[in-house]
Design a protein around this ligand. Sequence first.
Ligand SMILES: C[S@@+](CC[C@H](N)C(=O)[O-])C[C@H]1O[C@@H](n2cnc3c(N)ncnc32)[C@H](O)[C@@H]1O
Length: 273
Amino acid sequence: MDQHSMQNGRTDWRNRIYCEDALHGLARIPDGAIDLIVADPPYGLGKDYGNDSDKLDADAYLRWMQHWVDAALPKLKPSGSLYIFLTWRYAPEIFVMLKQRMTMMNEIIWDRRVPSMGGSTRSFSSVHDTIGFFVRQKGYYFDLDAIRIPYDAETKKARSRSIFVGSKWLELGYNPKDVWSVSRLHREHRERADHPTQKPLEIVERMVKASCPPGGVVLDPFMGSGTTAVAARRCGRDYVGFELNTEYCEIIEQRLAALGGDACGYGQTALAL
Ligand SMILES: C[S@@+](CC[C@H](N)C(=O)[O-])C[C@H]1O[C@@H](n2cnc3c(N)ncnc32)[C@H](O)[C@@H]1O
């Protein structure tokens, strides 16, 4: 697609996964077209994605992070948001960099529910991911009702006194907190694809429902096994994304093809703490 047609409202980039470098591919998307970016970049920890993308030294890694962030952020609408998965190792530097460009709303801790077996012996075992939630401006889209957590029957019963009857908050459920306790996808998990750092749909669907309006479009520059695309489709949103590894691109295609009429099925129960 040429630059002219890209800027002229063409939408043939929607609902596509491009098996290419995000830094190159982001030019396909017109500025201001995206409602939500869900970014799960390499962590700078040397993981093997079948390519060298996670093999940079610290300085080069941080420069690369800044590079793609500067290519991706103009794609967001003014009401748009960004969620970014990080680990404790580089979250401080990356949060500082992002805070120079956006408003930080939350640091979300994803407790991966790692069982207590061995672990670090000279420090504390790390069992969480750090997720940054950033927005472009004050009027950002955020649908709290879509992600409220219903009170269980016991709590509702305990609040059965007349002063609580008909209370909106009791019926709608409570606001999610910033610690999300969701099991990582262990080998036998039914969602598990052949990708080393696949994220649970439960987590990404919550981001999509909260921060992308129905019919809107979610961009994931680092699709991996395609969790963001699957979450977007299940929740009635469009997607676009990039992935370097051709084998992962095939996995994404297979996951999308297997979807059928699946709909958003999470976010209202297990995330409760
Ligand atoms: C942390 S994983 C994403 C996992 C994904 N969220 C999931 O649930 O499966 C990061 C992915 O980014 C891909 N990647 C790394 N550098 C890239 C680049 N420059 N452009 C596109 N993809 C890239 C890697 O191959 C890897 O699959």
